[in-house]
Design a protein around this ligand. Structure first.
Ligand code: SAH
Length: 246
């Protein structure tokens, strides 16, 4: 998977890929990143990349010319690249998008700044426009990193496949609670069942906790969930517990 960032601020992005999981993925050649700065493609004397809005109003916009020339060059070298524009006006980015985009070989993120980008660039190049939530940030760099990070978890080899499988949203549920050593701390114990050695019991307990958490915190997700046999067994356990406590 290759991520290309079109940005005026490479330094905001590159450190994120220089540590931890994404760093290892780059070392293993599962991921690669590159940067294009629209300022290098300006044709005006002072390498200006922004300008006042047509029609007036507060704030500057990223000019069409440097972006058109940058994106044309990227497209020429990578005809199959997928162009993603972060913008508050986009479709809200969700886990299913991360999974789907992980199948693409090359994603180009075109990052706005100031009041955004001249609309003609978006109309010409955007394969997809994503928002990361209903709030406004100062630039597209953070959203583009958020999207790349979520996509990377689905790139084979970046994260152990089993842990991706159980991640929140991938099963249609929130993830179950996790515990590690020690067995007891500050009076709080790791649930006994996790030491039972009985895989079946552990699986049903985990599903029960995932269902419970989803019902409590995200009933909207629970209503959409299609129940399999493990879900049903887990719900039966929950029901039995309710009866016991009644
Ligand atoms: N006036 C614009 C906001 C521009 S913010 C508007 O109201 O839509 C500057 C840039 O930050 C945008 O071009 C976009 O690239 C990025 N951005 C800001 N908030 C975002 C969000 N919630 N999701 C994705 N990108 C965002």
């Amino acid at each position: 998977m290759k991520f290309t960032y079109v940005t005026l601020f490479e330094n905001l992005i590159s450190p994120y890929f220089e540590d931890s999981i994404l760093k290892r993925a780059i070392e293993k050649k599962l991921l690669s990143i590159e940067f294009y700065n629209p300022r290098d493609y300006t044709t005006n004397k002072h390498n200006k990349v922004d300008d006042y809005q047509a029609g007036g109003g507060a704030g500057l916009l990223l000019n069409a010319q440097p972006l058109f020339d940058t994106l044309k060059e990227i497209k020429k070298q990578n005809p199959n690249a997928h162009f993603v524009f972060p913008a508050p006006a986009g479709k809200t980015f969700v886990q299913a998008d991360a999974k789907r985009l992980a199948m693409v070989e090359h994603i180009v993120f075109v990052n706005g700044r100031y009041e955004g980008i001249d609309e003609r660039v978006i109309e010409t190049y955007a394969d997809e426009i994503f928002s990361i939530g209903d709030y406004v940030l100062t630039g597209g760099e953070l959203p583009a990193m958020v999207i790349a990070d979520a996509v990377s978890r689905f790139v084979p080899g970046v994260i152990e496949e089993k842990s991706v499988k159980n991640d929140s949203f991938n099963t249609g549920l929130l993830d179950f609670p996790h515990y590690t050593r020690p067995r007891e701390i500050n009076g709080f114990k790791v649930p006994e069942v996790l030491f039972s050695g009985n895989h079946n019991k552990v699986e049903i307990w985990r599903r029960k906790m995932a269902l419970k958490k989803t019902m409590e915190k995200r009933p909207d997700l629970f209503l959409k969930k299609e129940l399999d046999i493990t879900d049903k067994k887990a719900l039966l356990e929950l029901f039995k517990e309710l009866n016991k406590n009644a």
